[in-house]
Design a protein around this ligand. Structure first.
Ligand code: KG4
Ligand code: ZN
Length: 344
Protein backbone atom coordinates (compact mmCIF):
# COMPACT_ATOMS: atom_id res chain seq x y z
CA UNK A 1 0.00 0.00 0.00
CA UNK A 2 1.14 3.55 -0.73
CA UNK A 3 -0.17 5.91 1.94
CA UNK A 4 0.01 9.66 1.55
CA UNK A 5 0.02 11.50 4.90
CA UNK A 6 -0.95 15.16 5.30
CA UNK A 7 -0.27 17.05 8.55
CA UNK A 8 -1.60 20.57 9.09
CA UNK A 9 -2.67 20.75 12.74
CA UNK A 10 -0.58 23.75 13.78
CA UNK A 11 2.35 25.65 12.28
CA UNK A 12 3.96 23.03 10.07
CA UNK A 13 2.68 21.68 6.78
CA UNK A 14 3.95 18.13 6.37
CA UNK A 15 3.38 15.65 3.55
CA UNK A 16 4.87 12.16 3.28
CA UNK A 17 4.57 8.91 1.44
CA UNK A 18 4.83 5.64 3.37
CA UNK A 19 4.80 2.21 1.76
CA UNK A 20 3.74 -0.88 3.67
CA UNK A 21 2.60 -4.45 3.25
CA UNK A 22 -1.14 -5.00 3.76
CA UNK A 23 -1.06 -6.86 7.06
CA UNK A 24 2.41 -6.89 8.65
CA UNK A 25 5.91 -5.45 8.62
CA UNK A 26 7.32 -2.07 9.55
CA UNK A 27 6.12 0.62 7.12
CA UNK A 28 8.82 2.29 5.08
CA UNK A 29 9.13 6.04 4.66
CA UNK A 30 9.62 6.73 0.94
CA UNK A 31 9.69 10.54 1.04
CA UNK A 32 8.62 13.42 3.21
CA UNK A 33 8.59 17.20 2.94
CA UNK A 34 7.90 19.89 5.45
CA UNK A 35 7.29 23.60 5.49
CA UNK A 36 7.66 25.32 8.84
CA UNK A 37 5.79 28.58 9.41
CA UNK A 38 8.17 29.71 12.15
CA UNK A 39 9.46 32.72 10.19
CA UNK A 40 5.94 33.92 9.48
CA UNK A 41 4.70 33.68 13.08
CA UNK A 42 7.90 34.99 14.65
CA UNK A 43 6.84 38.62 14.27
CA UNK A 44 3.77 37.92 16.42
CA UNK A 45 5.53 35.95 19.16
CA UNK A 46 3.32 32.90 18.63
CA UNK A 47 1.09 31.07 16.18
CA UNK A 48 -1.63 33.22 14.55
CA UNK A 49 -4.28 30.62 13.64
CA UNK A 50 -5.71 32.44 10.61
CA UNK A 51 -2.27 32.98 9.10
CA UNK A 52 -1.44 29.34 9.78
CA UNK A 53 -4.52 28.14 7.84
CA UNK A 54 -3.78 30.39 4.88
CA UNK A 55 -0.19 29.24 4.71
CA UNK A 56 -1.20 25.56 4.81
CA UNK A 57 -3.36 26.27 1.75
CA UNK A 58 -0.36 27.71 -0.08
CA UNK A 59 2.03 24.88 0.84
CA UNK A 60 0.18 21.62 0.79
CA UNK A 61 -0.04 20.96 -2.96
CA UNK A 62 3.55 21.95 -3.83
CA UNK A 63 4.76 19.74 -0.97
CA UNK A 64 2.60 16.86 -2.23
CA UNK A 65 4.10 17.19 -5.72
CA UNK A 66 7.61 17.19 -4.24
CA UNK A 67 6.97 14.09 -2.16
CA UNK A 68 5.44 12.11 -5.02
CA UNK A 69 8.31 13.06 -7.33
CA UNK A 70 10.90 12.09 -4.73
CA UNK A 71 9.18 8.79 -3.99
CA UNK A 72 8.72 8.11 -7.70
CA UNK A 73 5.05 7.37 -7.10
CA UNK A 74 2.49 8.81 -9.54
CA UNK A 75 -0.81 10.12 -8.17
CA UNK A 76 -2.77 7.09 -9.37
CA UNK A 77 -0.57 4.74 -7.34
CA UNK A 78 -1.63 6.31 -4.04
CA UNK A 79 -3.83 3.76 -2.26
CA UNK A 80 -4.94 5.78 0.78
CA UNK A 81 -4.88 9.47 1.64
CA UNK A 82 -4.43 10.00 5.40
CA UNK A 83 -4.75 13.36 7.15
CA UNK A 84 -4.54 14.74 10.69
CA UNK A 85 -8.12 14.96 11.94
CA UNK A 86 -7.21 16.40 15.36
CA UNK A 87 -6.36 17.64 17.87
CA UNK A 88 -5.11 21.04 16.73
CA UNK A 89 -6.25 24.40 15.37
CA UNK A 90 -9.66 23.95 13.71
CA UNK A 91 -8.94 26.10 10.65
CA UNK A 92 -5.53 24.56 10.09
CA UNK A 93 -6.92 21.03 10.41
CA UNK A 94 -9.69 21.86 7.93
CA UNK A 95 -7.11 22.70 5.25
CA UNK A 96 -5.39 19.31 5.48
CA UNK A 97 -8.68 17.45 5.77
CA UNK A 98 -10.18 19.35 2.83
CA UNK A 99 -7.21 18.79 0.54
CA UNK A 100 -6.87 15.12 1.51
CA UNK A 101 -10.57 14.44 0.90
CA UNK A 102 -10.58 16.36 -2.38
CA UNK A 103 -7.56 14.39 -3.53
CA UNK A 104 -9.19 11.13 -2.46
CA UNK A 105 -12.41 12.04 -4.30
CA UNK A 106 -10.56 13.06 -7.46
CA UNK A 107 -8.53 9.83 -7.47
CA UNK A 108 -11.39 7.62 -6.30
CA UNK A 109 -9.20 6.46 -3.40
CA UNK A 110 -10.20 6.04 0.26
CA UNK A 111 -9.30 8.59 2.92
CA UNK A 112 -8.66 8.28 6.62
CA UNK A 113 -8.44 10.70 9.56
CA UNK A 114 -5.55 10.20 11.98
CA UNK A 115 -5.00 11.31 15.58
CA UNK A 116 -2.02 13.69 15.68
CA UNK A 117 -0.72 12.37 19.01
CA UNK A 118 -0.95 8.79 17.81
CA UNK A 119 1.31 9.90 14.98
CA UNK A 120 3.84 11.29 17.46
CA UNK A 121 3.59 8.22 19.65
CA UNK A 122 4.25 5.80 16.79
CA UNK A 123 6.91 7.94 15.07
CA UNK A 124 9.85 5.98 16.62
CA UNK A 125 8.72 3.02 14.47
CA UNK A 126 10.29 4.90 11.54
CA UNK A 127 13.64 5.12 13.33
CA UNK A 128 16.63 2.81 12.87
CA UNK A 129 15.87 1.29 16.28
CA UNK A 130 12.09 0.74 16.29
CA UNK A 131 10.43 -0.27 19.59
CA UNK A 132 8.32 -3.33 20.31
CA UNK A 133 5.04 -3.33 22.20
CA UNK A 134 4.27 -2.94 25.07
CA UNK A 135 5.93 0.26 26.27
CA UNK A 136 5.47 3.38 28.35
CA UNK A 137 5.18 6.49 26.20
CA UNK A 138 6.13 9.98 27.29
CA UNK A 139 4.28 12.30 24.95
CA UNK A 140 5.62 15.82 25.22
CA UNK A 141 4.42 18.31 22.64
CA UNK A 142 3.42 21.96 22.63
CA UNK A 143 -0.09 21.22 23.84
CA UNK A 144 0.18 17.85 25.59
CA UNK A 145 2.17 16.16 28.32
CA UNK A 146 1.07 12.62 28.95
CA UNK A 147 2.36 9.29 30.15
CA UNK A 148 0.63 6.35 28.53
CA UNK A 149 0.82 2.61 28.71
CA UNK A 150 0.84 1.38 25.10
CA UNK A 151 0.05 -2.30 24.54
CA UNK A 152 -0.43 -2.05 20.80
CA UNK A 153 -1.67 0.41 18.18
CA UNK A 154 -4.94 1.79 19.53
CA UNK A 155 -4.46 0.28 22.99
CA UNK A 156 -3.61 3.29 25.08
CA UNK A 157 -4.07 3.69 28.80
CA UNK A 158 -3.56 7.16 30.20
CA UNK A 159 -1.31 6.96 33.27
CA UNK A 160 -0.92 10.65 33.96
CA UNK A 161 -1.04 14.06 32.30
CA UNK A 162 -0.56 17.72 32.97
CA UNK A 163 -3.22 19.44 35.01
CA UNK A 164 -2.36 22.85 33.49
CA UNK A 165 0.43 23.81 31.05
CA UNK A 166 2.16 21.29 28.82
CA UNK A 167 5.95 20.86 29.00
CA UNK A 168 6.30 22.53 25.58
CA UNK A 169 4.19 25.42 26.84
CA UNK A 170 6.46 25.74 29.88
CA UNK A 171 9.44 26.02 27.54
CA UNK A 172 7.62 28.44 25.23
CA UNK A 173 6.18 30.69 27.95
CA UNK A 174 9.43 30.85 29.93
CA UNK A 175 11.32 31.66 26.74
CA UNK A 176 8.85 34.43 25.95
CA UNK A 177 9.32 35.93 29.42
CA UNK A 178 13.07 35.91 28.76
CA UNK A 179 12.52 37.66 25.43
CA UNK A 180 13.73 34.69 23.38
CA UNK A 181 10.98 34.78 20.79
CA UNK A 182 9.07 31.93 19.20
CA UNK A 183 9.30 28.96 19.20
CA UNK A 184 10.67 29.16 22.69
CA UNK A 185 11.69 25.55 23.31
CA UNK A 186 14.63 25.32 20.91
CA UNK A 187 15.68 28.93 21.68
CA UNK A 188 15.70 28.31 25.42
CA UNK A 189 17.57 25.03 24.93
CA UNK A 190 20.24 26.79 22.85
CA UNK A 191 20.74 29.50 25.48
CA UNK A 192 20.80 26.91 28.27
CA UNK A 193 23.97 25.42 26.78
CA UNK A 194 25.85 28.49 28.05
CA UNK A 195 24.27 28.52 31.51
CA UNK A 196 24.72 26.82 34.86
CA UNK A 197 21.59 24.87 35.80
CA UNK A 198 22.44 24.98 39.51
CA UNK A 199 22.15 28.79 39.68
CA UNK A 200 18.42 29.09 40.36
CA UNK A 201 16.46 26.70 42.52
CA UNK A 202 13.21 26.51 40.56
CA UNK A 203 10.24 24.40 41.70
CA UNK A 204 9.72 20.80 40.53
CA UNK A 205 5.90 20.83 40.60
CA UNK A 206 4.10 17.60 41.63
CA UNK A 207 7.40 15.71 41.76
CA UNK A 208 6.33 14.03 44.98
CA UNK A 209 2.59 13.96 44.30
CA UNK A 210 2.49 10.17 44.40
CA UNK A 211 0.77 10.03 41.02
CA UNK A 212 1.89 10.49 37.41
CA UNK A 213 0.35 13.91 36.80
CA UNK A 214 2.32 17.01 35.91
CA UNK A 215 1.90 20.73 36.53
CA UNK A 216 4.05 23.38 34.84
CA UNK A 217 2.09 26.61 35.34
CA UNK A 218 3.90 27.38 38.62
CA UNK A 219 7.28 27.05 36.97
CA UNK A 220 6.47 29.83 34.53
CA UNK A 221 5.43 32.03 37.48
CA UNK A 222 8.72 31.22 39.25
CA UNK A 223 10.62 32.26 36.11
CA UNK A 224 8.68 35.52 35.99
CA UNK A 225 9.38 36.20 39.68
CA UNK A 226 13.08 35.51 39.16
CA UNK A 227 13.21 37.87 36.19
CA UNK A 228 11.49 40.59 38.23
CA UNK A 229 14.08 40.14 40.99
CA UNK A 230 16.87 40.52 38.45
CA UNK A 231 15.41 43.84 37.23
CA UNK A 232 15.68 45.39 33.80
CA UNK A 233 19.44 45.10 33.36
CA UNK A 234 19.67 41.35 33.24
CA UNK A 235 23.00 40.27 31.75
CA UNK A 236 23.36 37.51 29.16
CA UNK A 237 25.02 35.13 31.62
CA UNK A 238 22.16 35.46 34.14
CA UNK A 239 19.71 34.82 31.35
CA UNK A 240 21.61 31.72 30.24
CA UNK A 241 21.71 30.50 33.86
CA UNK A 242 17.97 31.00 34.17
CA UNK A 243 17.38 29.18 30.87
CA UNK A 244 19.53 26.25 32.06
CA UNK A 245 17.76 26.14 35.44
CA UNK A 246 14.34 26.18 33.74
CA UNK A 247 15.27 23.41 31.33
CA UNK A 248 16.70 21.38 34.21
CA UNK A 249 13.47 21.69 36.22
CA UNK A 250 11.27 20.63 33.28
CA UNK A 251 13.55 17.78 32.22
CA UNK A 252 13.94 16.47 35.75
CA UNK A 253 10.20 16.29 36.37
CA UNK A 254 9.64 14.56 33.01
CA UNK A 255 12.45 12.07 33.60
CA UNK A 256 11.51 11.24 37.21
CA UNK A 257 7.83 10.75 36.36
CA UNK A 258 8.75 8.55 33.38
CA UNK A 259 10.78 6.37 35.74
CA UNK A 260 7.81 6.23 38.13
CA UNK A 261 5.56 5.13 35.24
CA UNK A 262 8.02 2.38 34.29
CA UNK A 263 8.07 1.21 37.89
CA UNK A 264 4.28 1.30 38.18
CA UNK A 265 3.72 -0.70 35.00
CA UNK A 266 6.74 -2.97 35.38
CA UNK A 267 7.56 -2.32 31.71
CA UNK A 268 11.15 -2.16 30.49
CA UNK A 269 10.69 0.01 27.43
CA UNK A 270 10.16 3.76 27.10
CA UNK A 271 9.19 5.68 23.98
CA UNK A 272 9.61 9.45 23.96
CA UNK A 273 7.71 11.47 21.38
CA UNK A 274 6.63 15.02 20.55
CA UNK A 275 8.58 18.23 20.02
CA UNK A 276 10.06 18.42 23.53
CA UNK A 277 11.52 14.96 22.90
CA UNK A 278 14.10 16.76 20.76
CA UNK A 279 15.52 18.41 23.89
CA UNK A 280 19.03 17.10 24.43
CA UNK A 281 19.12 17.64 28.21
CA UNK A 282 15.90 15.63 28.55
CA UNK A 283 17.41 12.87 26.39
CA UNK A 284 20.57 12.89 28.48
CA UNK A 285 18.61 12.46 31.72
CA UNK A 286 16.32 9.77 30.29
CA UNK A 287 19.24 7.86 28.81
CA UNK A 288 21.03 7.86 32.18
CA UNK A 289 17.92 6.81 34.14
CA UNK A 290 17.05 4.09 31.62
CA UNK A 291 20.58 2.72 31.48
CA UNK A 292 20.64 2.43 35.28
CA UNK A 293 17.36 0.51 35.23
CA UNK A 294 18.07 -1.61 32.15
CA UNK A 295 15.21 0.02 30.30
CA UNK A 296 15.34 0.44 26.52
CA UNK A 297 14.52 3.96 25.42
CA UNK A 298 13.43 4.90 21.90
CA UNK A 299 13.16 8.29 20.24
CA UNK A 300 11.96 9.33 16.80
CA UNK A 301 14.65 10.51 14.38
CA UNK A 302 15.33 14.16 15.29
CA UNK A 303 13.73 15.34 12.04
CA UNK A 304 10.51 13.48 12.96
CA UNK A 305 10.29 14.74 16.57
CA UNK A 306 8.29 17.82 15.70
CA UNK A 307 5.21 17.80 13.49
CA UNK A 308 5.48 16.02 10.14
CA UNK A 309 3.45 14.09 7.56
CA UNK A 310 5.45 10.89 7.95
CA UNK A 311 4.00 10.10 11.36
CA UNK A 312 0.47 10.60 10.02
CA UNK A 313 0.99 8.20 7.10
CA UNK A 314 2.68 5.79 9.51
CA UNK A 315 -0.17 5.79 12.03
CA UNK A 316 -2.65 5.17 9.20
CA UNK A 317 -0.48 2.33 7.90
CA UNK A 318 -0.19 0.63 11.30
CA UNK A 319 -3.93 0.90 11.95
CA UNK A 320 -4.80 -0.46 8.51
CA UNK A 321 -2.31 -3.34 8.83
CA UNK A 322 -3.97 -4.42 12.08
CA UNK A 323 -7.48 -4.04 10.69
CA UNK A 324 -8.49 -1.73 13.55
CA UNK A 325 -9.46 1.13 11.24
CA UNK A 326 -10.71 1.47 7.72
CA UNK A 327 -10.05 4.06 5.07
CA UNK A 328 -13.26 4.87 3.23
CA UNK A 329 -14.61 6.67 0.23
CA UNK A 330 -16.79 9.04 2.20
CA UNK A 331 -15.43 12.47 1.42
CA UNK A 332 -17.52 14.62 3.75
CA UNK A 333 -15.01 15.48 6.40
CA UNK A 334 -14.98 16.86 9.90
CA UNK A 335 -12.11 17.76 12.20
CA UNK A 336 -11.68 17.21 15.93
CA UNK A 337 -9.74 20.13 17.46
CA UNK A 338 -10.12 18.51 20.91
CA UNK A 339 -9.75 14.76 20.86
CA UNK A 340 -8.24 12.71 23.70
CA UNK A 341 -5.87 10.00 22.48
CA UNK A 342 -7.28 7.25 24.65
CA UNK A 343 -10.61 7.82 22.85
CA UNK A 344 -9.00 7.38 19.41
O1 KG4 B 1 5.09 18.12 18.78
P1 KG4 B 1 5.28 19.53 18.39
O2 KG4 B 1 6.14 19.85 17.21
O3 KG4 B 1 3.93 20.24 18.14
C1 KG4 B 1 2.78 19.97 18.85
O4 KG4 B 1 2.10 18.98 18.50
O5 KG4 B 1 2.53 20.73 19.81
O6 KG4 B 1 5.87 20.26 19.69
C2 KG4 B 1 6.17 21.62 19.69
C3 KG4 B 1 6.76 21.95 21.06
C4 KG4 B 1 6.95 23.45 21.25
O7 KG4 B 1 6.47 23.79 22.52
C5 KG4 B 1 8.46 23.63 21.14
O8 KG4 B 1 8.93 24.73 21.87
C6 KG4 B 1 8.95 22.32 21.72
O9 KG4 B 1 8.05 21.36 21.19
N1 KG4 B 1 10.33 21.99 21.32
C7 KG4 B 1 11.35 21.93 22.21
C8 KG4 B 1 12.51 21.62 21.44
N2 KG4 B 1 12.14 21.50 20.14
C9 KG4 B 1 10.79 21.72 20.10
N3 KG4 B 1 11.39 22.11 23.53
C10 KG4 B 1 12.57 21.97 24.14
N4 KG4 B 1 13.73 21.71 23.50
C11 KG4 B 1 13.75 21.51 22.16
N5 KG4 B 1 14.89 21.23 21.55
ZN1 ZN C 1 2.69 17.70 17.36
Amino acid sequence: MNILGVESSCDETGVALVRCADTAGVPELRAHALHSQIDMHQAYGGVVPELASRDHIRRVLPLTRMVLAEAGVPLDEIDVVAFTQGPGLAGALLVGAGVACALGAALGKPVMGVHHLEGHLLSPFLSKDPPEFPFVALLVSGGHTQLMRVDDVGEYELLGETIDDAAGEAFDKSAKLMGLGYPGGPALARLAEFGDAATFDLPRPLLHSGNLDFSFAGLKTAVRTQLMKMGTNVCEQDKANLAASTQEAIAEVLARKSVAALKETGLKRLVVAGGVGANSRLREMLNAECMRRQVRVHYPELSLCTDNGAMIALAAAMRLQRGIAKANKCYTFNVRPRWPLHAA
